[in-house]
Design a protein around this ligand. Structure first.
Ligand SMILES: [Zn+2]
Length: 105
């Protein structure tokens, strides 16, 4: 089995150092972005699977970006929680893979 992922302590998002905190338990979810404390929490068991860890961290980074841009459900109330989730999923699954490809040019 592959060794567990070595998680970054921070990710830089819009010039801010956002802590990535690995937690042992998070009832009902795998990860979350906490807009009050501006940190990303991620469940320790995800470190066992690099792809799942990456996908989950990308998802939370997008939530954070929306928050820092002032357009998240939490910051503006413009997006409903459900629409925010759909925006995050669209960026994560449709735009992000294309962006990664474009950056290889
Ligand atoms: Zn989400």
């Amino acid at each position: 089995m592959a060794p567990p992922v070595d998680p970054p302590a921070f990710v830089n998002i819009g010039g801010k150092r956002i802590p990535v905190v690995v937690v042992d338990a998070m009832p009902g979810r795998l990860a979350e972005y906490d807009p009050e404390k501006r940190k990303i929490k991620i469940l320790r068991e995800l470190l066992q699977d690099k792809q799942v860890f990456r996908d989950t961290l990308v998802h939370e980074v997008i939530h954070c970006a929306l928050d820092l841009a002032g357009i998240s459900f939490n910051t503006s109330g413009v997006l409903s929680e459900k629409i925010e989730e759909q925006v995050v999923t669209a960026v994560e699954t449709l735009a992000a893979p294309a962006i990664i490809r474009v950056w290889r040019i």
